[in-house]
Design a protein around this ligand. Structure first.
Ligand SMILES: [Zn+2]
Length: 49
């Protein structure tokens, strides 16, 4: 598992996503935001090991 720091493009909430696949080649990721409580685009800020 790799942890990625994401920022929701809609509300600005920064949180950590744990996934088993590499998302570093993606510019943005469409994922559920815990704060918006719906799927939004997220910026990938950094990789956390
Ligand atoms: Zn959000």
């Amino acid at each position: 598992m790799t942890s990625w720091k994401l920022r929701c493009a809609k509300c600005g909430f920064v949180w950590v996503l744990k996934v088993s696949y590499n998302i570093s080649d993606m510019d943005k990721i469409y994922h559920y935001c815990p704060k918006c409580k719906k799927n939004t685009f997220h910026e990938i800020l950094e990789r956390l090991d």
